[in-house]
Write a protein that binds this ligand. Structure first.
Ligand code: SMG
Ligand code: MG
Length: 371
């Protein structure tokens, strides 16, 4: 396969409601899409970097620049030398560029989509999906008041979501969790701190043990694996890592060190769906349950996430919500909740493509690169 043309397209997609986390409030997504054209097929990749480098070091402008100036030139050079391109070759080809997993992952996703569309295989089929639908959880942001939080959770449960994740931060943790537990009984419940705590908060966080949470996600800093291992010894609530798991090797290390007993898998955070599958395989080999994280993806990233979430080690509901939880109009045919589940697309590649009219409406810029 040879890439003939690459398009870097930016979209602005307003969220249906503001999403507040410990690192900021999002009211819209600044999306970078990568489109690759080959002689046989077109492929789409979605970069999950946000406008601000606040979830991780990456951000959309930086991702676009590293794609244009460092990643795509390496692909062009390899093609010039006669290399046949496949998605599996993208990671090794880009290994000389340090970091930038979200930018790399978006390019690999686009190449994989084109490759699979050309061969007729779906993402799920390629990755090893064993289910036709996946259970859907929902991530609920920090709200101005507990009453508003309870209203939001009530609405999501009425929609059929099977698991609730509450965003927490110091000052918004024990009381909201207690309120949700008291009001909604034994609903599957977990929390995500996005690195907002320190190890010295261990005694405070242990107060969450009373609420039988599925897990607490990333309480401490991204690079504080030892801190998480120490915290795990002080909490009964299982620790799940998100930001810290930057590769399959990082997952193996964190598990071996006792820093987590559950893993959140996000393809963008680890450089693509192939490394995401390796994270899954490492976790399964250690008997560690995994679930699929989310980065407010459009229907394109969502299609790939839902396929990934259908692998056998994904035994907990993911942050794989329906399109309507995020966007009034998704850029693809929307993902709909049915009985608390999303169907895994079965068509070639992602099994979803952008709707031209919506895409045109939300596009803010477009850059074309000939290879
Ligand atoms: O896609 O439903 C979603 C969002 C899930 O909470 C979510 N993601 O740390 O897990 C996480 C956050 C990171 C993104 S916040 C913009
Ligand atoms: Mg998280």
């Amino acid at each position: 396969m040879r890439l003939e043309r690459v398009e870097l397209r930016r979209l602005r997609l307003p969220l249906v409601s503001p999403f507040r986390t410990s690192f900021g409030t999002s009211t819209a997504r600044d999306v970078l899409l990568v489109r690759v054209d080959t002689a046989d097929a077109t492929g789409w990749g979605e970069c999950v970097a946000d406008a601000e480098p606040s979830y991780s070091a990456e951000y959309a402008d930086g991702a676009q620049q590293v794609l244009r100036d460092h990643l795509l030139p390496r692909v062009a050079a390899a093609q010039h030398d006669g290399a046949e391109l496949t998605a599996a070759r993208i990671g090794p080809l880009l290994a000389g560029v340090k970091g930038h997993p979200m930018a790399k992952g978006a390019l690999e996703m686009a190449v994989l989509d084109a490759e699979l569309r050309a061969s007729g295989l779906s993402f799920g089929g390629y990755l090893g999906a064993v289910a036709g639908r996946v259970p859907a959880g929902v991530s609920v942001g920090i709200h101005p008041t507990i009453a508003e939080l309870l209203d939001a959770v009530d609405g999501y449960l009425a929609d059929g979501y099977l698991r609730i994740k509450l965003k927490i931060e110091p000052g918004w943790d024990v009381e909201p969790v207690r309120a949700v537990r008291e009001r909604f009984g034994d609903v599957l419940l977990q929390v995500d701190a996005n690195t907002a705590y320190r190890l010295s908060d261990a005694r405070h966080l242990a107060r969450l043990d009373a609420f039988e949470l599925l897990l607490i996600e990333q309480p401490l800093a991204e690079d504080d694996v030892r801190g998480h291992a120490e915290l795990a010894r002080q909490l009964r609530t299982p620790i799940c890592l998100d930001e810290s798991i930057t590769s399959a090797r990082a997952a193996a290390d964190a598990i071996a060190l006792g820093a987590c007993s559950v893993v959140n898998i996000k393809a963008g955070r680890v450089g693509g769906y192939l490394e995401a599958r390796r994270v899954h395989d490492v976790a399964v080999a250690h008997g560690v349950p995994v679930w699929c994280g989310g980065m407010l993806e459009t229907g394109l990233g969502r299609a790939a996430n839902v396929a990934l979430a259908a692998l056998p080690g994904f035994v907990l509901p993911g942050d794989t919500s329906a399109s309507g939880r995020y966007y009034r109009r998704d850029v693809t045919e929307p993902f709909m909740l049915a009985d608390g589940h999303l169907d895994v697309p079965s068509g070639p590649g992602l099994g979803r493509e952008p709707l031209p009219d919506v895409l045109a409406e939300v596009t803010t810029s477009m850059e074309e690169i000939s290879l």
